[in-house]
Design a protein around this ligand. Sequence first.
Ligand code: CTP
Ligand code: MG
Length: 210
Amino acid sequence: MPVPPADSPSGRLLTEVTWVKTAERNAANMDVLGAVVTAVWVMLPAYLPNNVAVLAGGGRPIDGGRTLGNSRLLGDGKTWRGTAAGTAAGTALAVALSALASPVGSLVSYDLPTFPLFAGFGLALGAMLGDIAASFLKRRSGRERGAAFPALDQLDFVVGALVCVFAIAFEWASATFTLPVLAVILLVTPLLHIVTNVAAYAIGVKNEPW
Ligand code: CTP
Ligand code: MG
């Protein structure tokens, strides 16, 4: 179809329609980008704890060596020290991010959420509890310490963090975790988790790449 001259009435209409379409597309893209930025930002206090636990772990196991059936309740991979250090680190990160939300937000042109103390604590503790619950399930299904449990390994801490933060800071959580943000979290988290664990394995701080 021939394009009408730009100064004719139909040409002007075409220009306007194109402009509106572009603006709509930009708005949609901005929303996706905004959801990605918000999702990563808001989950950082849940992403950190497991990595800190790997570095800080050791000492007394939480289950104190107890067994259930023929297997350990949780196993030697879940220790008090690792859990406490991971929770403290995630909570501290949330406090730091709250102070940075405004400057970083204007840098990336998005309103980044701050974390009330209980929200940060809920995300961090929840991430650790999710990982602990996963170990419980691994032991019940006969998997030894360190065995992989695909999907569970990648999502346990996210589900734990979400459940815990909704339980502890419901108002904040329901305002923060909009559907697009939740969708991005469930998509991006497994990828991020795989990348960090493979990296931790490559530099020798983790025994398995999962
Ligand atoms: N770790 C810890 N306390 C936790 C979680 C992790 O001390 N709550 C430390 C342990 O030294 C553990 C390491 O981090 O061995 C790696 O964590 P993870 O992969 O979760 O444990 P695994 O040893 O693989 O054990 P599991 O099979 O139960 O997941
Ligand atoms: Mg493991």
